[in-house]
Design a protein around this ligand. Structure first.
Ligand code: BES
Ligand code: MN
Ligand code: ZN
Length: 489
């Protein structure tokens, strides 16, 4: 995948394929920029009504004098053209390109802008979606791997080229960050272990001159992370507490801390999960994968911010040594927890990471976790669950989600729900019953996040798809990257 940006006029760029947008009135949007011979040729084809159908439908035509191939694509009414339509068009174009031999493409960006879509954003979303839709799972299938060598020339007027460049830069950084997240999520749990996540953090640190610190079992014990360690007890895989710091902001600027749930496999522990679809619990480290993906994006853009990434990582398995229902553990904060269900383990590892975050005196802390099945029931697979102890932070994240087409929806953290976590024997229980399951999980976390502004993203429904097209989505990397990019200006 290669992009370049050119400001020559369309007819002066040599390419095998050009993308040409056609509106709802069957007009070629860029008509004035093409040679008359080319427009006559295309107008005849368009009037033959071969290009029908919805926005995004495509007609591949051959052999005008000027281009070997032309991909005609329907935009509909350009006044109501939207980001969603732009993405659909990009996906369809990429699908067509994958099947073609020649892959030198010229894509004039200005065909896709209107009052709502700026040239920079058009460039950003096109680049992001091209990289997203050419992603191939790093599978362990032994046949040859598919590599898509597509060269795309983003063509624009010279007055627009700086915007196109910036859009390209952001789009590429976000998509590559999200692809790292997908890679980590899709790897099998016997490969993507806590140690593997730790090594990934070290690699990111090396690539972008960040600082990585990996704490092992002994160091975690020394920190008194009794809650985190209780989950790790049932597994022979070494737990890791991963710290990755990007310090490119002002010296006295308080950091933004990102915390990711890194359960590399969640069998439920002694409260064993049913067998059906249990393989999908390899995705229970997608919170960790997404904060690492965001760090990759932050590194690529070298954002002038201080960002810290914290990942508690272990497996949740049944074993003779595993933590049991009724066990009481002491968290790093000193608060005691009665574990009534060992399958509610995400909050048990996150709470200690939230306490660890205090040492940074953070500006804000955002945790990301595949935390509750209840969140999937509440919001389905479209929106990430958003909880916060600070309304303006919540609004800001919601806005980042809308802007990046990676949406989150707020759910309440009201005191009424806190009582559901009462325990007869400890400061709190780790579950609050079936009703409002994602809210009680967030309420549990909130007890460890009192010293700073905090948000919690429940990505149980958005981190991966299920069934036949099973795979990690790379969410919420676009949303969090947008949030940080907007904070960096
Ligand atoms: N990792 C799961 C949550 C999950 C479920 C993510 C389905 C994605 C899809 C989490 O550790 C869990 O098991 N949560 C329990 C909590 C319950 C025991 C209170 C759940 O949601 O059932
Ligand atoms: Mn669980
Ligand atoms: Zn889990």
């Amino acid at each position: 995948m290669k992009f370049n940006i050119k400001t020559d006029s369309i007819m002066d760029i040599s390419a095998d394929i050009i993308i040409i947008a056609v509106n709802d009135k069957n007009q070629i949007i860029n008509k004035s920029k093409l040679k008359p011979s080319c427009t006559t040729y295309l107008s005849n084809i368009i009037s033959s009504k071969d290009l029908l159908g919805d926005v995004g439908s495509i007609l591949l035509v051959h052999g005008s004098k000027d281009f070997e191939r032309i991909i005609l694509v329907r935009t509909g009414d350009i006044n109501t053209f939207s980001y969603k339509k732009l993405i659909k068009i990009t996906q369809n174009v990429v699908r067509t390109l994958k099947n073609l031999k020649s892959k030198n493409v010229i894509l004039p960006i200005e065909q896709f802008i209107n009052n709502q879509i700026s040239i920079q954003n058009a460039s950003e979303f096109i680049v992001r979606e091209v990289i997203n839709s050419t992603y191939e799972i790093n599978s362990l299938k032994t046949k040859e791997k598919v590599i898509h060598n597509i060269n795309i020339c983003l063509q624009c007027e010279s007055s627009n080229s700086n915007y196109v460049k910036l859009g390209h830069k952001h789009g590429e950084a976000v998509a590559l960050g999200a692809n790292l997240t997908k890679d980590l999520g899709n790897l099998p749990p016997n490969i993507c272990t806590p140690t593997y996540l730790a090594n990934t953090a070290k690699k990111i640190a090396k690539q972008f001159k960040m600082q990585a610190k990996i704490l092992d079992q002994k160091q975690i014990e020394k920190l008194k992370m009794g809650s985190f360690l209780s989950v790790a007890k049932g597994s022979r895989e070494a737990p890791k507490f991963i710290v990755l710091e990007h310090n490119k902001g002002k010296k006295n600027q308080k950091p933004i801390v990102l915390v990711g749930k890194g359960i590399t496999f969640d069998a439920g522990g002694i409260s064993l999960k049913p067998g059906l679809n249990m393989d999908e619990m390899k995705y229970d480290m997608c919170g960790a994968a997404s904060v690492l993906g965001v760090m990759h994006t932050v590194g690529l853009l070298n954002l002038p911010l201080n960002v810290v990434c914290l990942i508690p990582s272990c497996e949740n398995l049944p074993d003779g040594m595993a933590v049991k229902p009724a066990d009481i553990v002491t968290s790093m904060s000193g608060q005691t927890i009665e574990i009534l269900n060992t399958d509610a383990e995400g909050r048990l590892i996150l709470c200690d990471a939230l306490t660890y975050a205090e040492r940074y005196k953070p500006e804000i802390v955002i945790d990301v976790a595949t935390l509750t099945g209840a969140c999937v029931i509440a919001l389905g697979n479209y929106a990430t669950g958003l909880f916060s102890n600070d309304k303006s932070l919540s609004d800001e994240l919601e806005e980042s989600g809308i802007k990046s087409l990676d949406k989150a929806w707020p759910l309440p953290l009201w005191d009424e729900y806190q009582g559901l976590l009462d325990s007869n024997f400890a400061d709190m229980a780790n579950i609050g019953g079936r009703a409002g399951g994602s809210i009680t999980a967030a309420c549990f976390l909130s007890r460890f996040a009192k010293k700073y502004n905090w948000a919690h993203l429940d990505i149980a429904g958005t981190a991966n798809t299920s069934g036949k097209s099973k795979g990690a989505t790379g969410r919420p990397v676009p949303m969090l990257s947008q949030f940080l990019i907007d904070r960096a200006v």
